[in-house]
Ligand binder design. Structure first.
Ligand code: FES
Length: 196
């Protein structure tokens, strides 16, 4: 394969990897071309914060990134997705985020985030560690589906705040990592608000 072809293939792969992200400055997009802006691999592995530009993120879209070797999604929720959070509380195992290990104290609320519109989550199913499907639209899984995350491995369901439904294999809500929101729309994953 020529060098040009190899570069084109690599570009196509990277574009596909962030398909739902659109034009957002996602960490996965930026790393290969702008690596010199980021900390070294060793520093990232140690947990260096990752900045995400949310300025062009549309409702229902997400940005994929990696923090401390695990996937993190930054999601912009639509108004409909936020409205559905209250409606489903009585079907959830932990609607008020009582399990303290699953989110920082500042995300221990109905929307499980600092800014209700932006949800930051580690998309690892709390049953056996599969990556759930992101299905934010009501009705996209079945007619009663209000939108959220569906784990195809054993059928666990989570709402649009990563709160687990009662009666599914997953025992706890999806984990929310430390994060803070900067005035210009940047979200910093891996840093608490008081660290700013
Ligand atoms: S790993 Fe998700 S339901 Fe089992």
């Amino acid at each position: 394969m020529s060098e040009d072809n190899a570069n084109n293939s690599r570009r196509r792969f990277l574009t596909g990897a962030v398909g739902v992200v659109g034009g957002v400055g996602a960490a996965y997009v930026a790393v290969p071309f702008l690596a010199y802006w980021n900390p070294s691999a060793r520093t990232r592995a140690a947990g260096a914060p990752v900045e995400v530009d949310t300025s062009t993120l549309q409702p229902g879209q997400k940005v994929n990134l990696t923090w401390r070797g695990q996937p993190v999604w930054v999601i912009r929720r639509s108004e409909a997705a936020l409205d559905a959070l209250a409606a489903n509380s009585d079907r959830l195992s932990d609607p008020s985020s009582a399990v303290a290990s699953q989110q920082p104290a500042y995300a221990q609320n109905e929307h499980r985030s600092i800014n209700p519109e932006f949800f930051v989550v580690v998309p690892i199913c709390t049953h056996l560690g599969c990556i759930p499907s992101f299905m934010p639209q009501a009705g996209s899984l079945d007619t009663n589906w209000p939108g959220g995350f569906f784990c195809p491995c054993h059928g666990s369901r989570f709402d649009n705040a990563g709160r687990v439904y009662a009666g599914v294999p997953a025992p706890t809500n999806l984990q929310v990592p430390p994060h803070r929101v900067v005035d210009n729309g940047t979200i910093v994953v891996g840093e608490d608000p008081e660290a700013a």
